[in-house]
Design a protein around this ligand. Structure first.
Ligand code: MG
Length: 269
């Protein structure tokens, strides 16, 4: 069923996205266990490819080609420190003690995408980096709490923005979350900033990816010469966390929920 370009999902379709979402978060967790000083981002990509095969799924990202970009050449996005999103894995990109590493991963099972991201500390990180991780992670849940029928899309962005900015951070404006289903990117766009009670009204059956990108400094971005990697313009740290969420009649359900990775209530676990 379609309303204004937004594809509402049946219970059965949501069940399929739950399966791809659970496979995606299990893969993300496995990659996270391998994050340590010296690991190459290509090694994490290899782990993801192997996990996808084990689940009998396919990659959402490999070969993905929106307008104005070359096809994405890998299975995961691995973005280090000031890189916000869309970093390309490479044997030459290794992480060091004190780095933060954002891993974004989506996969398809039975035709439906599940999409999730998490920023991992590499060994011991600075107090500011840890605070950025904690605030960004919590901001996802601030957004999710607003993902319920009767609210509007702006309620989600407002809650995310308010939480991030109240801690002295900024939210990226030029990139946003999205509807998800048979396509990785569907309507509606889900901004991480906004005003309460503005934008489209949320309805049961919508499935959206809520994915705040929060910056220690200013929110301005720049895209590197590889035409994918997106960094903060000021070179300061950025973190990215993402859940795929179904809007049900009684509220949100996190389809990529994983207490072992996220903690039981989204607080540091
Ligand atoms: Mg996404």
């Amino acid at each position: 069923m379609k309303t204004m370009g937004i594809i509402l999902k049946t219970e059965k379709q949501i069940e399929t996205i739950r399966r791809s979402g659970q496979a995606a978060t299990a893969t993300l967790q496995r990659m996270g266990e391998a994050v340590k000083p010296g690991v190459a981002t290509s090694e994490l990509d290899r782990i993801a490819r192997k996990m996808i095969r084990g689940f009998g799924g396919t990659s959402s990202f490999l070969g993905y080609r929106p307008t104005f970009h070359p096809p994405f050449p890998a299975t995961i996005c691995a973005s280090i420190n000031d890189e916000i999103v869309h970093g390309i894995p490479s044997p030459r990109r290794t992480v060091a003690e004190g780095d933060i590493l954002s891993l974004d991963f989506a996969m398809i099972i039975d035709g439906y995408h599940g999409d999730t991201a998490f920023t991992f500390p590499v060994g011991r990180v600075s107090p500011e980096a840890q605070r950025l991780l904690d605030v960004t992670r919590a901001s996802v849940f601030k957004g999710i709490e607003e993902a319920k029928p009767g609210n509007r899309i702006g309620d989600i962005g407002h809650a995310v923005q308010k939480h991030a900015e109240s801690h002295g951070f900024s939210v990226v404006r030029d990139l946003c979350g999205h509807g998800i289903g048979r396509s990785l990117w569907e309507e509606p766009q889900v901004p991480n900033h906004g005003s309460p009670q503005r934008g489209i009204r949320l309805k049961p059956g919508m499935v959206i990816a809520i994915e705040p990108m929060v910056c220690a400094g200013a929110h301005r971005i720049r895209v590197l010469d590889d035409e994918w990697t997106t960094s903060t313009a000021d070179g300061r740290l950025s973190a990215h966390f993402e859940h795929t969420v179904a809007i049900l009649s009684d509220g949100p359900e996190i389809l990529t929920e994983n207490p072992d990775l996220w903690g039981s209530n989204g607080l540091p676990g």
